[in-house]
Design a protein around this ligand. Structure first.
Ligand code: TYD
Length: 191
């Protein structure tokens, strides 16, 4: 099973993914946590490029979209191997981050043709203002208008692709409980 958490910067994905992994392990499951961008050379390049203040410009975004797709391609086999070893794969972001952040749905879909479709997508949704406050000091896509647009794209994608949407502003433990409630029936355990 390949489960991914999606959401704008500051939505709490990394905290929630660790809590979810811990809960699954306590319940006897083997879990592998992944993150996009990955720690590959392509991922390093992406992180370097994201530090450039021009990162939100259209051409820069097109170039990033290709790099995100390349980085993700390196994950295909890894996800397959983990699943073959009966591990639940939890991923902080997926192909859907590219659909939300980069422009051009058709093109993004094409260049990500080989990416693995997650079995479950959980969207952590919250007000852009709140997310921005949590990211203070970081300097990537933290322009309010930009993140607002991404949030709305995520909500539209959620509608279209049937993501499970969780209110990410209800406190760490409540968010965790909401996520457990979604995951439990998928893996056949009680919550
Ligand atoms: P993020 O998970 O926010 O990194 P960190 O935990 O280090 O803050 O990811 C880095 C940025 O990359 C984030 O702003 C979202 C962006 N991103 C895309 O624009 N497209 C993609 O396909 C992916 C995977 C990430």
């Amino acid at each position: 099973m390949y489960i991914t958490l999606e959401g704008i910067d500051g939505s709490g994905k990394s905290t929630q993914i660790q809590m979810l992994a811990e809960w699954l392990r306590t319940n006897g499951f083997s879990v592998k946590v992944l993150k996009e961008p990955t720690d590959s050379l392509v991922g390093d390049l992406i992180r370097k490029m994201l530090r450039n203040p021009s990162a939100i410009q259209v051409n820069f975004q097109k170039s990033l979209a290709l790099l995100f797709a390349a980085d993700r391609t390196l994950l295909i086999e890894k996800i397959m191997e983990e699943e073959e070893s009966d591990r639940i794969v939890l991923s902080d972001r997926s192909f859907y981050s590219s659909l939300a952040y980069q422009e051009g749905e058709e093109w993004i879909t094409q260049v990500n043709k080989y990416a693995r479709e997650p079995d479950l997508v959980i969207l952590l949704d919250l007000e852009t203002e709140t997310a921005l406050k949590r990211c203070e000091g970081k300097d990537r896509f933290e322009k309010k208008d930009f993140l607002n647009k991404i949030r709305n794209k995520y909500l539209a994608l959620a509608d279209k692709h049937g993501f499970m949407v969780v209110n990410a502003n209800s406190g760490i433990n409540k968010v965790h409980a909401d996520i457990k409630k979604i995951v439990a029936p998928k893996i056949g355990i009680c919550f």
